[in-house]
Design a protein around this ligand. Structure first.
Ligand SMILES: NC(=O)c1ccc[n+]([C@@H]2O[C@H](COP(=O)([O-])OP(=O)(O)OC[C@H]3O[C@@H](n4cnc5c(N)ncnc54)[C@H](OP(=O)(O)O)[C@@H]3O)[C@@H](O)[C@H]2O)c1
Length: 213
């Protein structure tokens, strides 16, 4: 599969290396390709380009940019280059404000998630929320003593969701499908919960698991 990644941060690099490891083709899109020089040396098969290049290249796109810039980046990538395609949305709506007692601040509300905003703004793009509730170090084939962790996903398009579910499984997670885009109202705040032990106790090595009776 051709994977076009919008973003050049730790998440883009971790997922990019993961897709390459599993035999996919990867093009990372950024405004500043020089930032990725070291990563490209370690991942010589990867291509680096602009946001437009990544969107055009993508059979599957990954949105891995700062939450406040997400809409702007999609515009810059060219909406037409993403329409009809699955876009795995890893973003969190983190506000430009410090955490309070370890709890990060969001610029969204519990009645409207970032992914719903993006889905309303770009109705022909097939967003699927995934991988936002885990640190980048554990995104690809993590080993947890307590077993296989759960990745919560949601999105309006079932075909796109099936594609993303396949990736989640390939990357060593079980999938819990939380329905349509509105599910992101609950999935995005899992990022807050995940970060609290980190900010309070410098403990960043955990993941969520849904237990069933
Ligand atoms: N870090 C984690 O472990 C983690 C885990 C789960 C989810 N997330 C979420 O995943 C997303 C990416 O996180 P990250 O830590 O890898 O990187 P980040 O520092 O949150 O974002 C870096 C990316 O955002 C882009 N960006 C920032 N401001 C921009 C602007 N004004 N206009 C256009 N692009 C802009 C940068 O573009 P350039 O490439 O052009 O510089 C870069 O690609 C975030 O939404 C984050 O909340 C992070």
């Amino acid at each position: 599969m051709k994977v076009g990644i919008l973003g050049s941060g730790d998440v883009a690099k971790a997922l990019g290396s993961g897709f390459l490891k599993h035999g996919d083709e990867v093009l990372i899109g950024t405004r500043t390709p020089a930032k990725l020089a070291d990563w490209q040396k370690q991942n010589p098969k990867a291509k680096i380009g602009s946001f437009v290049d990544a969107a055009k290249f993508a059979e599957l796109a990954v949105l891995a940019v700062k939450g406040t810039a997400a809409s702007e980046v999609i515009k810059a990538a060219g909406t037409a280059n993403l329409e009809g395609k699955p876009v795995m949305d890893v973003t969190n709506p983190i506000a430009d404000a410090p955490p309070v007692n370890g709890v990060i601040k969001f610029f969204t509300t519990l009645d409207e998630s970032l992914m719903e905003r993006l889905q309303k703004e770009y109705p022909d793009i097939r967003f699927v929320k995934a991988f936002n509730s885990i640190g980048n170090a554990f995104m690809v084939n993590p080993q947890f003593k307590s077993g296989t962790p759960t990745m919560f996903i949601c999105g309006n398009n079932d075909v796109a969701k099936k594609t993303v579910a396949g990736i989640v499984n390939l990357f060593g997670w079980e999938v819990s499908d939380m329905g349509k885009a509105e599910g992101a109202r609950a999935i995005e705040p899992l990022c807050m919960l995940w970060c609290i032990p980190g900010f309070l106790h410098n403990s960043w090595s955990h993941a969520f698991k849904l237990l069933k009776h």
